[in-house]
Design a binder for this molecule. Sequence first.
Ligand code: NAD
Length: 200
Amino acid sequence: MKTYLVTGGAGFIGSNYIHYMFKKYKDIKIVNLDKLTYAGNPENLKEFENNENYVFIKEDICNAEAVNKIFQEYDIDRVVHFAAESHVDRSIKNPEIFVQTNVIGTTVLLNAARNAWEQEDGTYKEGKKFLHVSTDEVYGSLEEDGTFFYETTPYSPHSPYSASKASSDMLVKAYIDTYKFPANITNCSNNYGPYQFRRN
Ligand SMILES: NC(=O)c1ccc[n+]([C@@H]2O[C@H](COP(=O)([O-])OP(=O)(O)OC[C@H]3O[C@@H](n4cnc5c(N)ncnc54)[C@H](O)[C@@H]3O)[C@@H](O)[C@H]2O)c1
């Protein structure tokens, strides 16, 4: 049975992901690490409360001691890292918390996963993977001329939100290059749907 550490699983996309995964796979365990900021809603996952393969941990991803403890307690196979301060307008009013959660928090998670997964010879335990969920906003804005962003498009963040996500992407890329850390990054565009936080 694979064990997933999902961060930010009480938020919009994270909770949809947990619903999707439990529907698709019967034999997985999910540990959901979420601080429950204004954006996190445990009601999104109420139906899993009594599921013995679901564990909820209310904690801040910036708390290195707590995050390391999770890796000691559970044999985590996959990290799916959604947790973030994610609303652009809030980042303009209060950039510091975006740097704290999105940059420092991501680094804490990378270090904890590396500590748990790296072997003495520098290789990693079989089957381990860290998925960093980022955004297309790291590439800036598109003109309305039908052009696209590509993975090779230069980063050009414009808000504190996108700058903090771009920083976290760079850290993940640096861990992949420097430590051969097993990670992937996704840069999806905007989503909407069930469990989305209502801003007004
Ligand atoms: N929503 C979109 O359209 C969109 C588009 C592209 C990328 N993304 C990315 O997807 C991810 C999820 O986005 P979302 O819209 O679901 O976000 P969201 O704001 O709805 O949820 C974020 C979750 O993270 C938790 N969280 C925040 N700070 C935390 C911390 N310090 N420690 C632990 N948990 C914390 C919150 O409680 C919340 O449950 C983000 O990384 C975001 O950058 C979102």
